[in-house]
Write a protein that binds this ligand. Structure first.
Ligand SMILES: [Zn+2]
Ligand SMILES: [Zn+2]
Length: 300
């Protein structure tokens, strides 16, 4: 558990960081939320709801299977082409480029729940861990020294510099698709603005807050199977919402394991999708937890 010593220093640091909010990023973040509220006024159709669900799940997988399990932890292997596909899908979630994301995540694993951690909820509170840190100018850059393995790919550096291309192009595709459906199949009751609003903005806001739960809720509530140095938890409802990322105590104990739900009842949808991709030959060498996990866990 987190000790209370040093709490005041860290709170003061939080306030100072909060005062240095990056206004452009904060406006963009707020703007996406306002656009999502605006999207509700474009009306509802089952097509728009289905498209929003699809863009939500596919991009969430880009974050969980791509940014997190592949790029941050290198827990499986893939081709250079599919690596870029994963990076693009991750970038389309609007959570910055792959190098920024991975750098901060690797830093989190090294310093989880200490005053050096970027998002420790025990020290800085739920909202800081959830979204505050992302808006802080202090974390706008990233430590290049811990992502050297990724920086050697020019296409990843390009995507890092131009990460907004991914969500913007998704918006364009959705707008075009909505326009086409509006003209060709008016009976469906959808429009270009509705598909853009639901497929991009509503989907992105839900995606933001569900992803962020891993940094906030999964370090606060749930069960601890392993006595890790951090405060990570196995949280079943976060796992269900995040395609398996809620088995966060398992993950902090064995971060290089692609599989994060260690037992069949620990639903880990990202793992199932990656297993299917393995059968298709898209990915290989998936790393699992060591065998001793099962004997130790059975005693816990
Ligand atoms: Zn964590
Ligand atoms: Zn991780």
């Amino acid at each position: 558990m987190i000790e209370t010593a040093g709490r005041e220093d860290v709170s003061t640091a939080s306030l100072r960081d909060a005062a240095r909010m990056d206004f452009l990023r904060s406006y963009a973040f707020t703007g996406v939320h306002l656009a999502a509220i605006g999207a509700l006024f474009t009306g509802f159709s089952w097509v728009a709801a289905a498209v929003a669900l699809a863009t939500f799940w596919v991009r969430l997988f880009g974050v969980t299977g791509g940014y997190h399990r592949y790029f941050a932890h290198r827990s499986f292997k893939t081709s250079r082409f599919f690596q870029f596909v994963l990076a693009w899908l991750g970038a389309s979630a609007g959570q910055n480029g792959p190098l920024w994301w991975v750098s901060h995540h690797r830093h989190h694993h090294r310093h989880a729940d200490t005053e050096h951690d970027v998002h420790p909820p025990g020290l800085r509170g739920f909202w800081w861990a959830h979204a505050g840190w992302i808006l802080s100018r202090r974390y706008a850059g990233y430590d290049r020294s811990i992502v050297k393995d990724l920086e050697r790919y020019p296409e990843l550096r390009f995507l890092e510099r131009n990460h907004m291309l991914a969500p913007l192009s998704l918006g364009l595709v959705l707008f075009g698709l909505g326009w086409w459906l509006e003209v060709r199949y008016p009976g469906l009751g959808t429009t270009r603005w509705q598909l853009l609003g639901w497929g991009l903005f509503i989907s992105t806001v839900v995606l933001y807050h569900i992803t962020f739960l891993v940094n906030s809720a999964a370090h606060m509530t749930g069960r601890r199977r392993f006595e890790t140095k951090d405060d990570s938890r196995n949280n079943w409802w976060v796992a269900l919402l995040t395609l398996g990322e809620g088995w966060h105590n398992n993950h902090h104990r064995f971060p290089s394991s692609e599989r994060q739900g260690f037992f069949w009842w620990e639903i880990d949808a990202t793992h199932y999708v990656l297993r299917a991709f393995e059968r298709l030959g898209l990915v290989w060498d998936l790393r699992g937890p060591p065998e001793r996990v099962y004997t130790r866990a059975s005693r816990a």
